[in-house]
Design a protein around this ligand. Structure first.
Ligand code: SF4
Length: 414
């Protein structure tokens, strides 16, 4: 472990209600420089276990500003072009005790909405200067409204994303939305937007996405090279660190992972569908592999693979909007021009998957609605699937283990 990091006890050692100790990182993020995959994964554990956003606090230590982005998609390139750190707010994880948000939100809501509000009410989001909430569902829409009331000194923005991708009005509409977001971000950053700054940001994000695509390709073609949790944690860091820090980290990780020569095991190839917003616990992800699955496709950190290369030479704002609109992404909060049936079957074929695991956040309506449509398509091709629900604070996995083992055996011995 790099010596600049103050080690904290693991969650299991904490008494109920005991605050999670914070870790401190250097403002230059030296801890992430030239480290092995094992060290990066350990460091990612530390960062995720501290709900006070240590990477954002480190960034702000030298007077810079940061913007919290609720999943699933925010054009974080815009935030970057104004010299601020965009960081994704993926909820409080398993260590956060919910003591105040329960009083404000109904019980039949996803965990990420409660933990995000809890963090706002308890000062854990203080390192952020502004927040962006894409309008992905009623929950995210309401959260933006609540944030505007509970954090009135911070800027909040509801980002409207198009749902029609074939209309000639789609890209102009999105450009207008981005301009409206930019007006707020300019006020927060205290500087004006410039097309050249955005071109530079597009180049940086293009480089990061290209490396993420290589990592994803490696997982698809040689899933025995590294574990799902290694993959996930490496990408999760990419949504919390400055891109300029994550890019060399990822490049080094790719070189190391390609050189690994681990044994292949007898496992079935599956894709994970549903965890595009709230994230499952690491234990649950680990369990999926432990029972004999190679996860060759997933929706865990969609932001890094929404599109590939954005053309920085043309009008950069229009290129960014067009890239979003043309991306062939089909998840619970977005549809491609194809049907849901065609989309899931194409994904199964592309990943050469033996089956599908629907891993949906409890009370996540957008994910649950799609499961119905996807299942019908899989039934038509006699493709096996399993549906499991999760919460941020899931602790017992015995039932999940049984379900997963039965699912894997049904594929192996069919
Ligand atoms: S987990 Fe589902 S319901 Fe909850 S905010 Fe995300 S998309 Fe909306």
């Amino acid at each position: 472990m790099p010596d600049l990091v103050q080690l904290r006890p693991v969650a299991a050692d904490l008494e109920d209600g005991e605050p999670v100790p914070r870790i401190e990182l250097s403002p230059e993020f030296r801890e992430f420089s030239g480290i092995s995959v094992e060290a990066a994964v350990r460091l990612a554990h530390e960062v995720l276990n501290d709900p006070s956003f240590p990477t954002v606090r480190a960034w702000r230590a030298s007077g810079r500003k940061a913007v919290g982005c609720f999943p699933v998609y925010t054009p974080q390139e815009l935030v970057h072009s104004l010299g601020m750190l965009p960081a994704t707010m993926h909820g409080g994880g398993e260590n956060l005790q919910i003591t105040r948000a329960d009083a404000a939100l109904g019980s039949f809501l996803c965990s990420i909405s409660k933990s995000t509000l809890e963090m706002a009410l308890t000062g854990l989001l203080d390192p952020f200067d502004a927040f962006v909430f894409p309008y992905i569902c009623d929950v995210s829409r309401n959260l933006e409204g609540i944030f505007a009331r509970v954090l009135p000194d911070r800027s909040t923005h509801m980002l409207h994303l198009p749902q029609s991708f074939t209309s000639p009005a789609t890209v102009p509409f999105l450009v207008a939305e981005y301009r409206s977001l930019l007006r707020k971000l300019e006020r927060v950053a205290g500087r004006e937007f410039s097309a050249d700054d955005l071109r530079h940001s597009l180049d940086v994000f293009n480089e990061q996405r290209a490396l993420v695509a290589e990592l994803t390709e490696l997982r698809r073609e040689a899933p025995w090279s590294f574990s799902l949790t290694e993959h996930y944690l490496l990408l999760r860091l990419g949504a919390l660190l400055p891109r300029e820090v994550h890019i060399p980290l990822l490049r080094g990780a790719l070189a190391e992972l390609r050189a690994r020569q681990p044994k292949r095991k007898d496992a079935v190839r599956v894709i994970l569908v549903g965890p595009f917003c709230e994230q499952p616990t690491l234990e649950l992800l680990q369990l999926v592999e432990d029972v004999g699955c190679y996860v060759v496709g997933d929706e865990l950190q969609m932001l890094h693979s929404w599109y590939r290369r954005v053309d920085a030479s043309a009008d950069p704002l229009e290129s960014l909007a067009a890239a979003y609109a043309r991306a062939p992404i089909d998840i619970g909060v977005r549809s491609t021009p194809t049907t849901k049936a065609e989309a899931i079957l194409a994904r199964v074929d592309r990943c050469r998957a033996d089956g599908v695991i629907f891993l949906t956040a409890k009370f996540c309506e957008p994910a649950l609605e799609d499961v119905v449509l996807y299942r019908r398509a899989l039934d038509g091709r006699h493709l096996p699937y399993l549906h499991m629900e999760f919460e941020e604070k899931s602790t017992s996995f015995e039932q999940s283990r049984l379900q997963l083992e039965t699912f894997v055996e049904s594929i192996l011995f069919e």
